[in-house]
Design a protein around this ligand. Structure first.
Ligand code: SF4
Length: 506
């Protein structure tokens, strides 16, 4: 779970906190929720605030992961006492679990004030106000989208990066997935609206965008253009100041060569691809109702690597789908070995109520799933480390992250992502310029692990490039506390002083 936490409030301003469970789609929706609440005059609680300290606490839930409901009710249970102590506290529950469970949430936790679904995020401020005014819980779930999420105000978590929804919903029917029934059929946003939103993000200082959809490469299905996604990637290449373009998630079944060509030929589309495999067994893929087979999947990776030899490819895998035999599992191990993924998100199958696979017989015993999971993660960890080892000695450009990350506390290193999305921790040589979050640092890779790279460069090996995202970070610092950003004025190696520029109306 992540919390969206920004600037502290003035004394009498109501505050909010958004707690996010689940996928990137939810993280993006949470940014919209924060934007709506900020627009309604609320301020985010201070980063150090605990859960329940805000006046409005929002849970943006996920129905995909195991125990999602237990987790939610655990959090709600903890807030019950706080609500008794402080009746002004408002609690809202949105996201996939709310869309699925609806009034069950109010039955199990009657102290909740608002339940809203995935299609009506924009109603949240009104529902909160109505709940307060009528002193009665509000439940509003829509079956389909009334306002495309990206037309709502957004409060971004990072100055350097932004998410842009290109589509919502999914026309596939994977038997393990609850998304189609919760998010509905695919709805595509108009290309002009998407590009306008990207331009607005860039104007606001972002240098990286991730295009978001349940199935990005089927983008265009609604308006009948089979090459709409590759055209969109190429159009991103025309946006001045946009340095890094990523997308998630594509689907292997509809992944066509025009997308590979667009990736290879568009300067700011990053050499990185997340391509969900799920299983290496053709029999299991058929049972999952995923219409590609392992041969097609491997063919896609070959063609991507032919055009982008250094592309880092990651994946999603499910272990222990109903009916998976040891032979099927061996197929997964074989395809994983051949695929050479840089990272894999590996899940143990667990039946999600409401999905077709939940009612399949031959569910696999937990102990068998666990044992296969351990073999698969051991294999993938070895591959990840071997693939990372190929990075040793390479010079890479890192986009410095907003938060230095857990590691930095003990080592003093800063963190960021390389162009191919690998996590890299780096030290700043003594006397060299400190980069600001959002600046770009160029360093050699000096050490590797399975999940990250490390760089301890000499002064000659280290350089910093000031970016507009770093400038935006400076401005935000100045806006929130009235003093120039620390670090920006230190050192002399190519980092602009980043004097804060106060924008009218900010
Ligand atoms: S492609 Fe399959 S897994 Fe992905 S959202 Fe659609 S139904 Fe779910």
């Amino acid at each position: 779970m992540t919390s969206t936490l920004q600037t502290p409030s003035t004394q009498d301003q109501r505050t909010y906190q958004v707690n996010t469970f689940g996928c990137q789609m939810n993280v993006h929706d949470s940014e919209r929720i924060s934007g709506l609440l900020a627009d309604a005059g609320l301020a985010a609680v201070a980063p150090e605030a605990g859960e329940g300290e805000a006046d409005v606490v929002v849970f943006n839930t996920c129905a995909v992961r195991e125990n999602a409901d237990n987790k939610l009710y655990g959090h709600l249970g903890l807030l019950k006492q706080e609500k008794e102590r402080r009746p002004g506290l408002q609690i809202a529950v949105g996201g996939c679990l709310a869309q699925k469970d609806r009034d069950t949430i109010l039955k199990r936790a009657p102290w909740v004030d608002v339940v809203f679904g995935t299609h009506n995020i924009g109603s949240l401020p009104v529902l909160l106000e109505r709940a307060r005014h009528n002193n009665e819980a509000q439940l509003e779930i829509l079956e389909s989208l009334d306002v495309f999420p990206s037309t709502l105000p957004t409060k971004r978590e990072s100055h350097a990066s932004g998410w842009v929804s290109i589509s919502v919903g999914c026309n596939n029917t994977c038997t393990f997935c609850i998304v189609p029934s919760l998010r509905g059929k695919e709805k595509d946003r108009r290309p002009g609206d998407i590009l306008a939103e990207i331009q607005a993000l860039v104007d606001d200082g972002a240098i990286e965008v991730t295009l978001l959809g349940q199935n990005v490469n089927s983008y265009g299905v609604e308006f009948g253009d089979r090459e709409a996604f590759s055209k969109l990637l190429r159009a991103c290449g025309e946006i001045d100041g946009l340095e890094r373009v990523r997308f998630t998630s594509p689907h292997p079944a509809m992944f066509t060569d025009d997308v590979i060509e667009a990736m290879a030929e568009t300067h700011n589309v990053m050499p990185q691809l997340h391509m969900p495999l799920q299983s290496g067994s053709d029999k299991v893929l058929k049972e999952m109702r995923r219409s590609y087979r392992s041969k097609k999947f491997l063919g896609i990776l070959d063609r991507v690597r032919e055009r982008m030899p250094h592309a880092a490819i990651s994946t999603d895998l499910i272990v222990g789908f109903p009916g998976e035999t040891e032979e099927d599992f061996q197929d997964t191990l074989r395809v994983v070995e051949e695929s050479r993924f840089s990272t894999a998100f590996t899940f143990q199958y667990s039946a999600r109520p409401g999905t077709p696979a939940a009612s399949y017989e031959d569910q696999i015993p937990k102990a068998v799933v666990q044992e296969r999971f351990e073999r698969l993660t051991a294999l993938q960890d070895r591959i990840a480390k071997e693939e990372n080892a190929k990075q040793l000695g390479r010079t890479v450009e890192v986009l410095v992250a907003d938060s230095a990350g857990r590691k930095s506390g003990s080592t003093g290193r800063l963190s960021g992502r390389t162009r191919d999305q690998r996590l890299l921790h780096f030290s700043v040589p003594a006397g060299a310029a400190q980069p600001r979050p959002g600046d770009a640092v160029t360093v050699p890779v000096t050490e590797v692990g399975a999940f990250h790279l490390v760089s301890d460069p000499s002064p000659e090996q280290y350089s910093v490039r000031a970016t507009r995202a770093g400038d935006a970070w400076d401005r935000a610092q100045a806006d929130s506390c009235g003093v120039p950003a620390p670090g920006a004025a230190q050192g002399t190696r190519g980092v602009s002083l980043g004097m804060p520029t106060l924008r009218a109306g900010v």
